[in-house]
Each structure stands twice: as structure tokens, then as C-alpha cells.
Ligand binder design. Structure first.
Ligand code: E4P
Length: 216
């Protein structure tokens, strides 16, 4: 299972990369805005220097012709850029063209298995079902991922599934249990994956016992 970090914050990416298990980065316009970035090109280049893995950069265009142009421009920023496009008919049309040119596309804002089926047929390298946002409206986000996995398995599609809109370690655990390809995880949740109160308690007890034995 690959771990991407879902952020545009350079410090968070640098820190997560230092843990040794970072496989890529996803950004979106809201994450860019949170960093005060309005023109993303230089920032995407900086992120691409921090990881050899795929870095998703989202196009702002909404019409297919403009998406294709923007996608080509984003892909030229660094060899590891994946162009992120919304799962709309325009997005699918642009995906077909960009994928045909060897550009990796991440189709985002996926909320149904049929959107994911179309993404694979269009040649997307990645598809991003948003599990947290579905949970937020009372649906089961991880069930969507299971359905996509079944469909992709039925036809041996190679599109990788990025479990996105992750809110908690439980999302990552469930994604791993069902065998999802990738989870893109906020920095805070990456930290939570490694934590357990009994581990902290155990470390404190070992230190106290060692100090006692040393006569401190
Ligand atoms: C990742 O590709 C998405 O942009 C991101 O996971 C969205 O997460 P959110 O629902 O927390 O905004």
C-alpha cells in the first residue's frame, strides 16, 4: 500500500518524507490557498523536489480544451507531476487526450463507482474517491472504494485507487484491510498512525526502570 500526503505545506512534506514511507503528494486549490499560494507553478516544482513520487497538481480550468492546455503546462513543470482533473465529462475528455500523450492524470472528486469506471476507461493513472466527504453526508465512503476495486478487478484496469478525503486512522486501516492501492493522508493523521498510549506508557516505564537500576 502506498502512502501519499495530502497537503501543500512544504514543511509537512519534508517531515513526512523523513519518516521513510512517503510515496507521493496530493494537492488541491484549497490546500494551496491554505498556504497562501495563488499561482501554483513554483510551489509545485518545490514539492516535486521533495519527493520522487507522483505529485498531483490540480488544473483550475473547467472546459476540456483549457484543461488539456493547463494539463500539458502542469506536466511540464517536473517529471513526477500528475495532473488532477475533476470527474466531469470535460475532465474525462481531457484525460483521454492527456493520457494518450503519456501524461498521468488523477481524476478527482469521485463519488460514485460509475465515475471511477469512466475514469479507468479514459486512461486515468489514478482515481480519487473522497471517503470523508461521503461519510460527512451519511454515506459509507469505504464501500465506494470496495465497489471500485471490484469493478477494476473484473476488467483488470490498471488505474490506481487513491483513497482521498481521509479524516482518521480508521479510514487508513479500513483502506488497508480492503487492499486499496494508495491512501492520501493529512499530516496530522500520519502522526496518529504511529501513536498508541500503551507505547508511550511502555517507553516511560522502561526509562523509569532503567533510571532506577542506574541509581538515579
Ligand atoms: C485529495 O486528493 C483531495 O483533494 C483531498 O483528500 C480532499 O480532502 P477533504 O475532503 O478533506 O478536503
Amino acid at each position: 500500500m502506498k502512502f501519499f500526503i495530502d497537503t501543500a505545506n512544504l514543511e509537512e512534506i519534508r517531515e513526512a518524507a523523513s519518516y521513510g514511507f512517503l510515496d507521493g503528494v496530493t494537492t488541491n486549490p484549497s490546500l494551496m490557498a491554505r498556504e497562501g499560494i495563488s499561482r501554483q507553478d513554483a510551489h509545485i516544482r518545490a514539492i516535486c523536489e521533495l519527493t520522487p513520487g507522483p505529485v498531483s497538481a490540480e488544473a483550475l480550468a473547467v472546459e476540456s480544451g483549457a484543461m488539456i492546455e493547463e494539463g500539458r503546462r502542469l506536466a511540464a513543470l517536473a517529471p513526477n507531476v500528475a495532473v488532477k482533473l475533476p470527474s466531469t465529462l470535460d475532465g474525462l475528455k481531457a484525460t483521454g487526450v492527456l493520457a494518450g500523450e503519456g501524461i498521468k492524470v488523477n481524476l478527482t472528486l469521485v463519488f460514485s463507482p460509475l465515475q471511477a469506471l469512466l475514469a479507468a476507461k479514459a486512461g486515468a493513472a489514478f482515481v480519487s474517491p473522497f471517503v470523508g466527504r461521503l461519510d460527512d453526508v451519511g454515506q459509507d465512503g469505504l464501500s465506494l472504494v470496495e465497489e471500485i476495486m471490484t469493478i477494476y478487478g473484473n476488467y483488470a484496469f490498471e488505474t490506481e485507487i487513491i483513497v482521498a478525503s481521509v479524516r482518521s486512522p480508521q479510514h487508513v486501516l479500513k483502506a488497508a484491510l480492503i487492499g486499496a492501492d494508495i491512501a492520501t493522508i493529512p499530516f496530522k493523521v500520519i502522526g496518529q498512525l504511529a501513536e498508541h498510549p500503551l507505547t508511550d506508557k511502555g517507553v516511560a516505564a522502561f526509562m523509569a526502570d532503567q533510571a532506577k537500576a542506574a541509581g538515579k
